[in-house]
Design a protein around this ligand. Structure first.
Ligand SMILES: C[S@@+](CC[C@H](N)C(=O)[O-])C[C@H]1O[C@@H](n2cnc3c(N)ncnc32)[C@H](O)[C@@H]1O
Length: 211
């Protein structure tokens, strides 16, 4: 048994605590009734995963993230002790396992959820998100994307404009994305934007469906 991890406080995001209930309402509206398989890309602290798995007992929630998040994420999933919350697998959207259709772990999901990832990833990674996604969705699959976006080049708030500047100053390609570009990438893999919901704190929840 790894004693070290028991002493570690789990990673925590205050923003997740604030936004999880409003996001849940969007999930409830668009997820199919009955048993549903959801993949989360970039689970981060795992707070969203834990809460949604608790609130949506028929949903089998698969967590996933890059290597650096896995130890804490795995521990949160373990402590949650929920049969419908799956331990994370390592997922880098730039990696072969995600991009390669023949990867051994390729599973078709009823829905894919990702929050606050597109403005962190560089633009090539966002494109790769959609490339890999195309191998994991089927007819009627739903994609949920939560985060800040720009519309026709305009930010939805002054604070998002400032946030964009601070993201760009990191020099790693992070930036608030244009909604038109995201919708175009989604259309290319057979997804249609069916709802764009304004959420608290100048974020949006985009809902796409595979027709
Ligand atoms: C700001 S955190 C958001 C975490 C969580 N979804 C939330 O809403 O709190 C950004 C997330 O994007 C993930 N991410 C960034 N680049 C990625 C990549 N190339 N592949 C997969 N995930 C990536 C990070 O690992 C991290 O989990």
């Amino acid at each position: 048994m790894n004693k070290g991890i028991e002493l570690i406080n789990l990673l925590h995001s205050e923003a997740c605590e604030r936004n999880k209930a409003p996001i849940l309402e969007v999930l409830k509206k668009h997820l199919a009734q009955g048993e549903t398989r959801v993949l989360e890309v970039g689970s981060g602290t795992g707070q969203h995963a834990e809460y949604f798995a608790q609130q949506l007992p028929k949903v089998h929630w698969q967590t996933a993230d890059q290597h650096d998040y896995l130890m804490h994420l795995r521990e949160r999933v373990k402590r949650a002790e929920r049969a419908n919350l799956q331990a994370p697998f390592e997922l880098d959207v730039n990696g072969d396992d995600w991009l390669n259709k023949a990867a051994s772990d390729t599973v078709l999901y009823d829905a894919v959820f990702t929050a606050n990832t597109f403005h962190i990833m560089d633009s090539g990674a966002v494109e790769n998100f959609f490339k890999g996604l195309s191998h994991r969705i089927k007819q009627h699959s739903v994609l949920f994307v939560y985060g800040p976006f720009r519309y026709a080049g305009e930010f939805t708030s002054e604070s998002n404009a400032g946030f964009d500047l601070s993201l760009r100053s990191r020099g790693v390609g992070s930036a608030i994305r244009e909604i038109e570009w995201i919708v175009g990438l989604a259309v290319d893999v057979g997804l249609t934007l069916i709802e764009d919901i304004a959420m608290p704190a100048n974020n949006q929840c985009l809902v796409f469906k595979c027709e």
